[in-house]
Design a protein around this ligand. Structure first.
Ligand code: BGC
Length: 543
């Protein structure tokens, strides 16, 4: 498609293939099902699909435990189906990236199976072994609810092995050049097939060094830069998206000097959006945005509201975490590890205006937005399912049997549909929202269109505008002559505001979202009344 910076201004959609559309009627979504729904995604305005892991796996971590890196989980289809998906997407000008899990394999991977039974196997050194469980004590445990240590004893191996996630996910040993080469071959395999890049999973943890917390080590950056070089030398228009759940300076390091990742998830901003919405104050956003360092000009943040994991509270203070748990996870069952296992709509009390406001922030703050499947219609969750499965229930397409997800009998579905009064298929489904011009789906579709049409969002500067009112998050997005003033009322009350404009402006700003003229200038000030949770994207002509 010949546009190497396409990701700067793209809208991403995170797809859980198992939950999207079942074409074979076995109760599991699959790649052909996704192809059947690709026109829907195009209609929504999506530029790039990010597929959660699609590889063979024992599914202890829903596919993030890979047992074969170069084929497709049979439930999801075949490599041929995957190629057909790429074709279907590319024909529509859409791109596809997949998850690349570098840090660990499944314990069912043939490498680990060979490694554990034979100390002399070339695969032994693919993993990190020790006679004691005392090394690297400064490394935190991530899956706190289930894991007591980052070391697990393996009887057949007669040693402990290292793992940062579930004990069924042994970490690979990147000190071994053979591991590096194997993973580069995996990368090559998928790029040769034609994928447009990778969302690279859990990148901070590739190396271990005594006396450190074993995160963000220089060796890790060196290997990631090697991947980038390999891609730059051999391919064009591909993207590497970094999953590093870290504080701003540490996330920043993954962009390098424009020679590591093209994109990185903006983990620090995400929980502050929820804080700002709950407090009805812009302060949490102002604080965190001040701390976000500049990134190289060709790089881009990925902003998101929710994803397939718990809403992580690792990158907030202890006090903030307690507050977030109280406000957003009052039931113990809602809490998981250091986070909250709920979807966007339930988190925001299913308040449509508030959900739209959250999207206004998502689409107008710096970065390329990522939408989690189902959140475009405000799907609910099921906190009673194990692990994070309650965030991964079948997509609700219509009010028919199994919400149009599958024609299998309901008992055969991989997970039950959400069936609550509030979020069941009769209340929340794509077909109904497509028919209703005022639905959340239509609002989001409009924001996606405007985000793409207005390059200020992907490319422009960001600058706060003082509104003299803590409840208002107002900011400029500017790119050469073009200026948009975004005004979000974070409060549940209406607000009269008076904005002192930095420069003289022409009268009658127009709200891009509604096409209406909004507010008026009085002595150079913009005077407006905002409804509860109202937001405006004003096109302001400077004189
Ligand atoms: C993924 C999780 C997964 C973990 C281990 C994460 O960052 O998003 O879903 O459990 O990596 O692979």
């Amino acid at each position: 498609m010949g546009n190497s910076l396409w990701y700067k201004n793209a809208v991403f959609y995170e797809v859980y293939v198992r939950g999207f559309k079942d074409s074979s009627n076995d109760g599991n979504g699959d790649l052909i099902g996704l192809i059947e729904k690709i026109d829907y995604l195009q209609e929504l305005g999506i530029d790039c699909l990010w597929l959660l892991p699609i590889y063979p796996s024992p599914l202890i971590d829903d596919g993030y435990d890979i047992s074969d890196y170069c084929s497709i989980l049979p439930d999801y289809g075949t490599l041929e189906d995957f190629k057909a998906l790429l074709d279907a997407a590319h024909k529509r000008g859409m791109r596809v990236i997949t998850d690349l899990v570098l840090n660990h394999t499944s314990d069912q991977h043939p490498w680990f199976q060979a490694a554990r039974v034979n100390r002399n196997s070339p695969y032994r050194d693919f993993y990190v072994w020790s006679d004691t469980d005392q090394k690297y004590q400064d490394a935190r445990i991530i899956f706190l609810d289930t894991e007591k240590s980052n070391w697990t004893w393996d009887e057949a191996a007669g040693q402990y092995f290292w793992h940062r996630f579930y004990s069924s996910q042994p970490d690979l040993n990147y000190d071994n050049p053979a591991v590096q080469n194997e993973m580069l071959s995996v990368i090559e395999f998928w790029l040769e097939l034609g994928i447009d890049g990778f969302r690279v999973d859990a990148v901070p943890y590739l190396y271990q060094r005594e006396g450190t917390n074993c995160e963000n080590l220089p060796e890790t950056h060196a290997f990631l830069k090697r991947i980038r070089r390999f891609i730059d030398d051999n391919y064009s228009d591909r993207v590497l998206l970094c999953e590093a759940n870290q504080w701003p300076q540490d996330v920043r390091s993954y962009f390098g000097d424009g020679d590591e990742f093209h994109m990185g998830f903006n983990f620090p901003v995400m929980p502050r959006i929820y804080m700002a919405l709950r407090k009805g104050e812009r302060a949490p956003l102002v604080d965190i945005l001040e701390q976000i360092p500049d990134i190289p000009p060709d790089s881009q943040w990925c902003t998101f509201l929710r994803n397939h994991d718990e809403l992580t509270l690792e990158m907030v203070t202890e006090e903030e975490r307690e507050w977030m748990w109280q406000e957003y996870g009052p039931e113990p069952r809602m809490r998981q590890n250091l986070g909250i296992r709920r979807r966007l709509a339930p988190l925001l009390g299913n308040n449509k205006r508030k959900i739209e406001l959250a999207y206004s922030l998502l689409f107008s703050l710096p970065g390329s937005p990522v939408i989690y499947y189902g959140d475009e219609i405000g799907m609910g969750d099921n906190i009673w399912l194990a692990d994070r499965n309650g965030l991964r229930t079948p997509m609700q397409w219509d009010a028919g049997p199994n919400a149009g997800f599958s024609r299998a009998i309901a008992e055969k579905l991989y997970a039950p549909l959400v069936s609550s009064q509030e979020f069941g298929l009769n209340q929340v489904n794509v077909a109904a929202q497509r028919r209703d011009i005022n639905s959340l789906w239509h609002r989001i579709r409009n924001m996606i269109r405007l985000h793409k049409e207005n390059h200020v969002f992907g490319w422009g500067e960001f600058r706060w505008q003082d509104a003299g009112n803590d409840a208002i998050a107002a900011y400029w997005r500017t790119l050469s002559e073009r200026s948009l003033l975004i005004i979000n009322n974070l409060s549940p009350d209406s607000q009269n505001i008076r904005l002192r404009m930095p420069e003289a402006c022409a009268s009658e700003p127009v709200d891009l979202l509604s096409g209406r003229k909004m507010g008026k200038f009085e002595e150079g000030d913009l005077v407006l009344k905002l409804q509860p949770f109202q937001f405006l994207w004003l096109n302001i002509l400077k004189i």
